[in-house]
Design a protein around this ligand. Structure first.
Ligand SMILES: [Zn+2]
Length: 108
């Protein structure tokens, strides 16, 4: 008992971190498939549209990587803007987001 109390609990519980990782893995898988599909249709479609789509997906992949890093350092689920917890339901929809709704609105 005393051992447990002495250990500092990470902000994110192990189970929640595991769920977050799975959501991020899934989000990354989806983006990689999209990126591949874009590559396959390479020469046909509008090049400009293609490259902006590609950039958008690559941007999300970068956010996903950063979210993985935040799980590792224990800051996942904390808003990078205001330091408040990002609501769980927002993380379910956007597992890679680093901002709560109001901070995202401000930066985007
Ligand atoms: Zn915020």
């Amino acid at each position: 008992m005393s051992l447990d109390a002495a250990r500092t609990e990470p902000r994110l519980e192990r189970v929640a971190a595991e769920e977050a990782r799975q959501r991020l893995e899934h989000a990354r898988g989806t983006r990689l498939v999209q990126l591949e599909a874009l590559g396959e249709n390479g020469q046909t479609a509008d090049d400009h549209l293609m490259s902006s789509q590609r950039e958008a997906i690559e941007g999300v992949l970068k956010e996903i990587d950063e979210a993985f890093a935040r799980i590792e350092d224990g800051t996942y689920g904390t808003c990078l803007g205001c330091g408040k917890p990002v609501p769980a339901e927002r993380l379910e929809i956007l597992p890679y987001t680093g901002h709560c709704v109001s901070c995202r609105r401000r930066t985007a």
